[in-house]
Design a protein around this ligand. Structure first.
Ligand code: ADP
Length: 396
């Protein structure tokens, strides 16, 4: 069953084609800098993967889709005969609000509901919607399926998702915690459950990519998460501040006379690791730390401390802790971050085996010392595969 996965950003379109149930993509790629001097990268999997990379003129997502179809159906390097070969298209949709708690086959009514959520995710949902409509026109025989970043967190109870502000704002605009990275948190906890043969009762999933978030997963269900109404809350990220006292924002406005747009840019794009070091890439931050750069050193301390603080919070929220999972670019690759996060948490039963930590390469690696009460895992995330799997299940 051919399932095409689309992950659209404001100026990018990433895609993967799966022949389900195989977890290996047939091909994958991305169009970046849509609207500017766009670049396309297309990789056909195999023993000797074939990579095509070129600059291209693509002014919008519609043209990007046409480029991709051209590559997929190309006479010499194509992997399908026609777009009609695709049975389902899985779309990553950032915000599902309170409406969507699972993968959803797109109907006119579902499209209308996604439109109503535009105000909750103005940068993402309109683009996701546009790609849904484009895909309907392109893959005429396929079911369109939306997988929401927020869906996994719809099991969070009100005590964790409500803000202590007048109820009118929840009633009128559903101002509450939604949480994001749900597809990744679900994928890695499911993967762990498969690996162990059962899901441990109390799990903390720690997704450390460019965006970072943690989820408290009790008996397979998310009961709390660090991101909130939007993806700014919680952990320190590549360019985002994470938690910050709202009084600081009031001060920015009052003292620096910053506009709404300036505050938004500051917290979303100029903060986090980049705010301290000038780079959001943890590999570059590491080089700075190794050269003794003071800003990079304090940035890492805050980054790690914030994670540890939430580990404590979530162990309390779940009345226990059985396993923690590190995932995404930093969580999977940065052994120093894993070591620092796990340090001095033995009172909670977290004891990392440094040799196993150094050696971790496989898709699922167990990293605790023998006798550690809490199991520590590195699990490689794969959001595109999770989307394809959810589509496959829906199509059965
Ligand atoms: P996203 O999907 O949110 O864009 P990723 O999960 O790809 O992010 O993670 C990107 C982050 O992972 C970057 O900060 C990058 O520096 C970091 N990263 C990737 N490889 C390594 C590595 N070997 N060591 C440390 N950090 C890494």
């Amino acid at each position: 069953m051919k399932i095409f996965v689309i992950n659209a950003g404001s100026s990018s379109l990433k895609y993967q084609l799966f022949e389900m149930p195989s977890p290996q993509p047939v091909c994958s790629g991305q169009v970046e800098k849509i609207g500017g001097s766009a670049e396309i990268k297309h990789v056909i999997a195999g023993d000797k993967p074939l990579e095509i990379k070129r600059a291209t003129s693509v002014v919008n997502h519609g043209e990007a889709m046409q480029e991709i179809i051209g590559l997929l159906t190309d006479k010499t390097i194509g992997v399908i005969d026609s777009p009609d070969d695709i049975v389902a298209v899985g779309h990553r949709v950032v915000h599902g609000g309170e409406t969507f708690s699972e993968a959803t086959i797109i109907t006119e009514a579902a499209k209308e509901k996604i439109k109503q959520l535009f105000s909750l995710a103005p940068l993402h949902n309109p683009v996701n919607y546009e790609c849904l409509v484009l895909a309907e026109k392109t893959f005429l025989k396929a079911k369109q399926i939306a997988i929401f970043d927020t869906a996994f967190h719809q099991t969070i109870p009100p005590a964790a998702y409500r803000y202590a502000i007048p109820s009118k704002y929840y009633d009128e605009q559903q101002i509450r915690v939604y949480g994001f990275h749900g597809t990744s948190h679900k994928y890695v906890t499911d993967k762990l459950a498969k690996h162990l043969g059962q899901i441990p009762s109390s799990v903390i999933s720690i997704h450390l990519g460019n965006g970072c978030s943690m989820a408290a997963v009790k008996d397979g269900r998310s009961i709390d998460t660090t991101m909130g109404f939007g993806p700014l809350a919680g952990l320190v990220m590549g360019t985002r501040s994470g938690d910050i006292d709202p009084s600081v924002l009031l001060h920015f406005a009052e003292h620096y006379k910053m506009s709404f747009g300036q505050i938004s840019a500051l917290l979303n794009k100029q903060s986090g690791m980049a705010g301290f070091t000038g780079t959001n890439d943890m590999r570059d931050v590491r080089k700075l730390i190794n050269s003794g750069d003071k800003q990079a050193i304090i940035a890492e301390q805050i980054y790690v401390y914030r994670i540890k603080r939430y580990i404590g919070a979530y162990a309390a929220a779940m009345n226990g802790l059985d396993a923690i999972i590190f995932t995404a670019g930093v969580g999977e690759n940065d052994r120093d971050i894993r070591r620092l996060v796990c340090a001095d948490l033995d009172f909670l039963g977290i004891e990392l085996d440094e040799e196993k930590n150094q050696a971790a390469r496989e898709a699922v690696c167990e990293l605790q010392v023998a006798g550690s009460r809490v199991q520590i895992f590195m699990v490689r995330t794969n959001e595109e595969l999770e989307i394809a799997e959810q589509c496959y299940q829906l199509m059965q």
